[in-house]
Structure formats: C-alpha cells, structure tokens
Design a protein. Structure first.
Length: 92
C-alpha cells in the first residue's frame, strides 16, 4: 500500500484542490530512526500546493482542509506532513 503514497497524495490533492502547482517531497530518509518512521519510508512528506481553492481561507482552515482530504493516508501510515499552502496571488 505504501509504495505509491506520493502518487495517491498527488491524485487526492489534484481532485480536491485543482492546484496550479504541486510539489510532493518524500522526506522520510531524513527521519530514519525517529518516531513514526518506517523501514520502507513513505512516512514523512513535504507538500507545496498552490491553489485558488485556498482563497479567503486562513492558514489553519487551509491546513484542516488538506488534512481532511488526506485523512485516509494519515490513518494508514503517513506520519508527518509539512504543508506550504498558497493561492496564485500569494506566490507572485
């Protein structure tokens, strides 16, 4: 199940937020030996989402929306999720 976590995150985020830009980085290797780190990796990710779906939302509301969309992944071994969430206006 974990081998394609980045692909699943990509598909979920694209369906939920229609991002104009999306970066997904598996940062699991730098957390080896820490709590929540699995031998096979795919437990710690950094995700950058640029989407106008975030327009008018607070930073907390954006984070909650992404966590809700990725709840299945968080409940199945995704341990840590670093998020950078912006609108297109915020990256210009």
């Amino acid at each position: 199940m974990q081998q394609d976590r980045a692909k699943r995150i990509d598909a979920i985020v694209r369906a939920a937020f229609a991002p104009s830009h999306l970066e997904i980085e598996d940062d699991s290797a730098s957390h080896a030996g820490h709590a929540g780190a699995a031998a096979g990796g795919e437990t710690h990710y950094n995700v950058l989402i640029v989407s106008d779906a975030f327009r008018g939302q607070s930073r907390v509301a954006r984070s909650r929306a992404v966590h809700a969309a990725l709840a299945g992944e968080l409940n199945s071994g995704l341990h840590a999720l670093g998020l950078t969430l912006r609108t297109t206006d915020e990256i210009k």
